[in-house]
Design a protein around this ligand. Sequence first.
Ligand code: NAP
Length: 316
Amino acid sequence: MPARILDGSKIASDIRKEVAADVQTMVAAGVRPGLAVVLVGHNPASEIYVRGKVKACAEVGLYSEQRTPPDTATTAELLALVEDLNRDNNIDGILVQLPLPPQVDSKKLLMAVDPAKDVDGFHPVNVGLLSTQRPGLVPCTPAGVLEILKRSNIPIAGQEAVIVGRSDIVGKPAAMLLLNANATVTVCHSKTHDLAEVCRRADILVAAIGRAGMITRDFVKPGATVIDVGMNKVTDPAEFHHLFAGNAKREEAFRAKGSTMAGDVHPEVAEVAGALTPVPGGVGPLTIAMLMYNTVKAAKMRRGRSSGQGLGARAQ
Ligand code: NAP
């Protein structure tokens, strides 16, 4: 039987509606949560991402502003900008869009963001809060992975979870969230021996690697839930053929655009897995929804409200 497809777009849309309702209540009480996005220079991909984030803010009723220093901005100038946003009481969340130009000390800049406004959840204070199961701000993509599992009624407690990838942005926080939800967690990486064998232990397999179609059916226990975080642009016709041969819709789009977006999981996994997130339309839409959620959560925590209402109770 083919895998049940977990519809990330629908789940993200539900979360956005919940966030919008929360924002409405806060606005009625005189507080409009606000997000500031810092976009340095003119990276076309970053500009598209930032546009999406600003649009999403408007849709859920959040205040948002963009700061757009030039490509030539120095670390000192950007630190001053972040300090300014840290002090601004209308701003609850600060997002510094990565990558930054090479002359900028990215780590220093991310460390300068007030942890209470760190809606990306990358600051070591928030990393520590997550690992000690205290309320804080959780990185958006892994938080979205947990939302997909919970809202799809996939059991987590007591299950074997295997994560391929150990980045600070996805793999490690996903591991911590699954551990906090009482899964038995294994984290794999490029030095893991017998990767396919380790992955076959998984009831829940999370792929966050950055290699199109690397997780084939040999990596998957029949019936397992597979969460595909990968977003890889495929332009090579041979690679496209290896992944999507026979998929008429994809073939037509590839011919027209010369590229397609592929996950880290090979489409053949749908024949073995019990449940699977698609790419696109799986984890991707959750990332922005969770950014909206984090901005509201940051506003509630910083302005002294409980975060245990509405979505807040579920997302942690
Ligand atoms: P990353 O920082 O490059 O980390 C990749 C991880 O995969 C590393 O831990 C690496 O191991 C591991 N890896 C690489 N090749 C491997 C192999 N052959 N076998 C086993 N492990 C291997 O990437 P990331 O930022 O975590 O992103 C991962 C993927 O998720 C990318 O496709 C990215 O575009 C996507 N992503 C999607 C979203 C979204 O919104 N959907 C958000 C963020 C990222 P080592 O540590 O040993 O090098």
